[in-house]
Design a protein around this ligand. Structure first.
Ligand code: MTE
Ligand code: MO
Length: 408
């Protein structure tokens, strides 16, 4: 039998386990390997992804896709190590931030300009906003018939504080022609095939969204460098729209005189049928429309589903968001939607940030319950209980989130 090779980290972990074994009276099998004077007090778990929380759920490793379980999203500001990853290709290697540049060009740019990171930081005002990024395919796992692609459940969303310069300021410094309609981004990541002429993704947004004050070219997440997989050293952040608009490893932005036509802009990508279709329908490309603002949605982040409660009262917590608009009302139900009670809803830290909510629910007797939560946006649109209409690629599932609890 071949012996499994231990990495240094997993070896330490093994030793830790052994140390724990001592405490419960088991023999120290690897006792002679124990590092001198070191008895770790916590069981450290290795994360398969550098810098990320070990309990992110890995959906795919090439390209890397990992989502965040709801209970890890309890913070008002999503910590970098808990922020989901959706890569379409392979991140660039050996990044030297000193040599990183961003070029602005395109048919509708009055000039071509290239900025170093230092130039961006010194020539423009710096802004920080808390912005929601949610993958257009978040919730895809509930599609029937199934939709191909990452089977995200609820965890392709996060809301971090992003710091950088306004895209509008940089575009205006370059000069925007009157015929500008769209911007398109280009990142330095490479195509899975290894073909240098192919890009994994190059999307963008209409010029009006690009010029919003919250649309950032960001170099920092929560006050630190952006993690490699989230776009280090520079990315676009277009809050409230499918996160695929927020180009990572940003090296070029084109001001276009037409709808941007990079990979994953056309065909069926990030598009839904312009008119609703029956589940399973094949839809022609020309009948598919580009997704813009994301729909109203919420997530219960405390307690973790499966919680066993000793008390009849429970304070639930979570967040709600609604694309370009804010959330007006938050409710929850403990009887499968037969009755709803209001929840407390906080205002957003700024436009396009998610809003914290909490509610104290009281269970009438012991037993099994589900807690459901639903948000209503400022236009009066409410989350549906089930998938709000099938589409071929599995986008925009904003059905209510629900957790199960047992009351003792
Ligand atoms: N250059 C580049 N930008 C990209 C992607 C990518 O693969 N390459 N993925 C997009 C998609 S589909 C999503 S959902 C978000 C994910 O951002 P995150 O990985 O930081 O969570 O980045 C977007 N920007
Ligand atoms: Mo995405």
């Amino acid at each position: 039998m071949k012996k499994k090779q231990l990495t240094r980290r997993s070896f330490i972990q093994q030793s830790t386990l052994t140390a724990f074994g001592t405490a419960i009276g088991m023999p120290i099998v690897f006792g002679h390997y124990l590092p001198q004077n070191l008895l770790p007090v916590i069981l450290e778990k290795d994360s398969p992804i550098e810098g990320k929380h070990p309990d992110l759920t890995l959906l795919n490793d090439r390209p890397l896709n990992a989502q965040t379980p709801p209970h890890l999203l309890n913070d008002s500001i999503t910590p970098a190590d808990k922020f989901f990853i959706r890569n379409n290709g392979l991140p660039p290697e050996n990044i030297d931030p000193e040599k990183w540049t961003l070029t602005i060009d395109g048919e509708s740019a009055k000039s071509n300009r290239t900025f170093s990171l230092a130039a961006l930081k010194s020539q423009f005002n710096e802004y920080s906003y808390q912005l929601v990024l949610e993958c257009g395919g978040n919730g895809r796992s509930e599609f029937s018939p199934p939709a191909k692609g990452n089977q995200w459940t609820t965890g392709a969303v996060g809301c971090a504080v992003w710091t950088g310069v306004r895209l509008a300021d940089v575009l205006r410094a370059t000069g925007i022609k009157d015929n500008a309609v769209y911007i398109g981004y280009y990142g330095k990541d490479t195509h899975l095939s290894g073909d240098k002429n192919k890009r994994p993704i190059s999307r963008g947004c209409p010029i009006a969204k690009a010029l919003e004050p919250e649309t950032l070219i960001a170099w920092s997440m929560n006050g630190a460098d952006i993690p490699l997989h989230n776009g280090y050293p520079l990315r676009l952040v277009v809050g409230g729209w499918p996160a695929s608009c927020s180009g990572k490893w940003l090296e070029r932005i084109s001001i276009r005189d037409r709808i941007h036509d990079g990979p994953k802009m056309g065909g069926q990508s990030y598009r839904i049928p312009c008119d609703p279709v029956a589940p399973g329908t094949k839809v022609a490309d020309e009948d598919m429309c580009i997704i813009e603002s994301m729909p109203v949605k919420s997530l219960i982040t405390f307690p973790r589903t499966g919680a066993i409660l000793n008390a009849r009262e429970l304070k639930i917590k979570g967040h709600a968001w609604a694309g370009d608009v804010s959330v007006r009302k938050m409710e929850c139900s403990i009887d499968f939607g037969q009755s709803w009670q209001p929840a407390q809803l906080s205002p957003p830290a700024n436009r396009l940030a998610w809003q914290d909510f909490s509610a104290t629910v009281r269970f009438p007797k012991p037993g099994y319950y589900e807690v459901w939560a639903r948000a209503t946006d400022e236009n009066g649109k409410t989350q549906p209980m089930i998938l709000p209409g099938w589409n071929p690629k599995g986008y925009l599932n904003n059905a209510c989130h629900r957790i199960a609890v047992r009351v003792k």
